[in-house]
Design a binder for this molecule. Structure first.
Ligand code: A2P
Length: 329
């Protein structure tokens, strides 16, 4: 496979390179792609050096598949050009996610929707991915009526500039700011831009993308998304109301059996998921599994995952693996 990684010099792009190598994706030739600024820069992959090219140059090199993580603008402009040239695109930006003609895929949840006609496949929002992997087996068994989620999101989700802001603030240095406020020793209840309804775009992504991936618009979702001064991953407090009653032991078993999920839930031994433990892992960690005692048929969970891994790079590479398995690339 000739594989292009668009945004190869960025945080998610470099994680995609790591995941491609770790999972032994059959890369025969890597095409690292970034902006004009990075052209010619060398990127190492599996002991070999490759020169960064621009998106236009990458199209001419005819990769089999292109994994995009270079922002919405780059995806809007170039993904259709790649697709037009017969190159299948897995796009990590939000540009195509809610386009009704594009599939939005988390392989463990709705991998079966992929078909030969799909030339641009959207990778969901990081916070949505880790939540739906956990919701899926519970919805299948007990039917979800409503989800209330609050997130505690890592600065890595914003990109290099945000990581630098946190580190600069911690070192007492002045520097470029990714956020409108200090992030160190603070919590910012604002991710992406505000919408007319008072929600942020990140919150609306979690609501709309959950319905689309799970293929069920009857699931009611509400979200509050929050940035915290953490690096290893996103955490989520998820409250789920079901149509049918559940058994806690069975919930634990369903989650333990779900592909891509690890149950970390042993309060007596202080075992619960934390970003520092999720960091570098491909799996979604779930714990603090307990009944909501204020309401019938309702469950509380704590869900943590490395947002650069399952929330972005790993899920994109898993989509490429599935395309390969189904002989769609
Ligand atoms: P570059 O390093 O040349 O700016 P992050 O989100 O971590 O900041 O990374 C963004 C990624 O998207 C980088 O690899 C960046 O490349 C890339 N990128 C930004 N604008 C473009 C563009 N117009 N064409 C191709 N890649 C782009």
């Amino acid at each position: 496979m000739k594989v292009a990684v668009v945004g190869a010099t960025g945080l998610v792009g470099s994680e995609i390179l790591t995941v491609l190598a770790e999972r032994n994706f059959p890369v025969t030739e890597l095409i690292p792609v970034a902006s004009e600024r990075s052209k010619g820069k060398e990127i190492e992959f599996k002991g070999k050096k490759y020169k960064v090219v621009t998106p236009a140059e990458a199209i001419a090199l005819q990769p089999d598949v292109a994994l995009f993580s270079a922002g919405g603008g780059t995806s809007t402009e170039y993904a259709p050009q790649f697709a037009e040239a017969g190159i299948t695109v897995v796009d990590n930006s939000s540009a195509w996610r809610m386009d009704p003609t594009k599939k939005l895929v988390v392989p463990e949840v709705n991998g079966e929707v992929l078909s030969k006609e799909d030339k641009i496949i959207a990778n969901p929002n990081c916070s949505t991915i880790q939540m739906v992997v956990v919701l899926q087996p519970l919805h299948a068994k007990y039917k979800i009526k409503r989800v209330v989620v609050s997130t505690y999101q890592s600065v890595t989700g914003t990109g290099v500039k945000a990581v630098n802001q946190l580190m600069d603030e911690r070192a007492g240095k002045d520097g470029e700011k990714a956020y409108p406020y200090q992030i160190d020793l603070n919590v910012i209840p604002h991710i992406d831009v505000f919408q007319d309804n008072g929600y942020t775009k990140e919150e609306m992504k979690m609501i709309q993308e959950t319905n689309k991936i799970m293929g069920d618009d009857s699931i009611r979702v509400t979200a509050t998304t929050v940035r915290i001064p953490v690096m290893g991953g996103h955490s989520e407090a998820v409250n789920i109301e079901f149509e049918n009653d559940f058994d806690l032991a069975q919930v634990r078993q369903l989650l333990a059996e779900q592909e891509g999920v690890i149950v970390v839930d042993d309060p007596a031994n202080l075992q619960y998921p934390m970003p520092k433990d999720a960091h570098g892992k491909d799996e979604v960690l779930v714990g603090r599994i307990r009944r909501d005692e204020s309401q019938d048929k309702t469950l509380n969970l704590w869900v943590v995952a490395d947002n650069l891994r399952k929330g972005a790079a790993t899920n994109a590479v898993q989509i490429a693996e599935l395309l390969l398995k189904k002989r769609l690339i």
